[in-house]
Write a protein that binds this ligand. Structure first.
Ligand SMILES: Nc1nc2c(ncn2[C@@H]2O[C@H](COP(=O)(O)OP(=O)(O)OP(=O)(O)O)[C@@H](O)[C@H]2O)c(=O)[nH]1
Ligand SMILES: [Mg+2]
Ligand SMILES: [Zn+2]
Length: 336
């Protein structure tokens, strides 16, 4: 087996049984049946902050887990020092089966897939109506990742004080996906938080979107003051206000079993891992139109029934264009 990174003496004892009795430092290994359950809240250079009961415990992955990474939202089993005291480090001995997986690759050509969040129920796709300009392609890609990963999408349109939501609502209103529009003023009055919160109760919701769209600002408005994170204007010193958030973090809401996960802004949302035949599921406005397609239609060929579907006024032509653009970029990667 290949070795990765640093490992402890204790790990040596496990992976090289012959040395077990030669080392006086052997600690009694707690039985994994006794392991405590926890949830990963954030990950920082191999150190995982986990919620165990009502304690926050710093942990590292046990070597026996191999290369499988625990990510934010993972349910894990922990052993060792679970006191949560300073300078203690517990070990994660098991990652429980995930109910959903939000994956992305850097771009479509990148086979290295990263799991952004595990076990989220909902994906809040955050788009600013201006500054930065909305990017429907990115929204569509997030929708594909949501459908593919088993998350229900929620569209959040921020900064309606800067530009109206009409155009985006025209594109996405027909999709039967819940949406919320928020403005600076509504953030200040608390209306924005209240309206978004309506969609979050009893769920784990991951917030994703381009840098600067206001994910952290919104998450901060949702959680108690002492949980607040830095937002873009802090970075205004650099004159950019970009990529303020550098790691995903799960934060509890007041309602039981309700969590929000703030994530770093993304420039792109690669879908290398998504089978092109599944992309259509993220276009619920177009999907019924595929009934008349030839078998195994790529939806990007002359006999595709979607042209007639759109010509018949059943869906916005921009949506078909978007689907085909997405399929085309996906297909380019098929050959490699
Ligand atoms: N005008 C206006 N500005 C907003 C609104 N919401 C957030 N902002 C501003 O947008 C900037 C970026 O906000 P952030 O919350 O840091 O954005 P983010 O999406 O977390 O960005 P990253 O962490 O880089 O991904 C900040 O200056 C916010 O004050 C809004 O509704 N209206
Ligand atoms: Mg942020
Ligand atoms: Zn077709």
């Amino acid at each position: 087996m290949r070795r990765y990174g640093k490992h402890t003496d204790e790990d040596d004892i496990r992976t090289r049984p012959g040395r077990r009795n030669t080392r006086p430092r052997t600690t009694i290994r707690p039985k994994h049946e006794d392991a405590a359950e926890g949830m990963v809240l954030t990950v920082d250079r191999g150190r995982l902050t986990c919620l165990v009961g009502d304690r926050t415990v710093l942990a590292m992955k046990a070597r026996e887990l191999g290369r499988k990474a625990a990510v934010v939202g993972d349910r894990v089993a922990l052993v060792g020092d679970l006191s949560g005291k300073k300078d203690t480090l517990a070990r994660i001995v098991r990652i429980e089966e995930r109910t959903s997986v939000l994956r992305r690759t850097a771009d479509d050509d990148d086979p290295f897939e990263r799991v952004v969040v595990a076990n989220a129920d909902q994906l809040a796709i955050v788009t600013a109506l201006a500054d930065p300009e909305p990017r429907p392609r990115l929204i569509d890609r997030c929708l594909v990742a949501a459908f593919d990963g088993g998350l229900t999408p929620l569209l959040v349109m921020t900064k309606s004080d800067l530009a109206p939501p009409d155009k985006l609502l025209e594109l996405y209103g027909a999709l039967d996906i819940p949406h919320v529009v928020t403005s600076r003023e509504e953030l200040e009055t608390g209306d924005a938080a209240e309206r978004v919160r309506d969609h979050l109760t009893g769920k784990i919701t991951a917030f994703v979107g381009h840098s600067g769209v206001g994910k952290t600002t919104l998450v901060n408005a949702l959680v108690p003051d002492d949980r607040r994170r830095s937002t873009g204007h802090v970075n205004a010193v650099t004159g950019r206000g970009r990529h303020t958030t550098t790691s995903a973090l799960a934060l509890p809401l007041a309602a039981p079993d309700s969590w929000v996960v703030d994530t770093p802004g993304v420039r792109s949302f690669g879908l290398h891992h998504v089978d092109p035949s599944r992309v259509i599921h993220a276009f619920p406005d177009l999907e019924p139109g595929t009934a008349g397609c030839p078998r195994a239609c790529s939806h990007d060929e002359p006999d595709c029934a979607l042209d007639d579907w759109v010509a018949g006024g059943h869906a916005d032509p921009a949506r078909l264009y978007s689907l085909r653009r997405l399929l085309a970029t996906r297909e380019r990667t098929e050959g490699d």
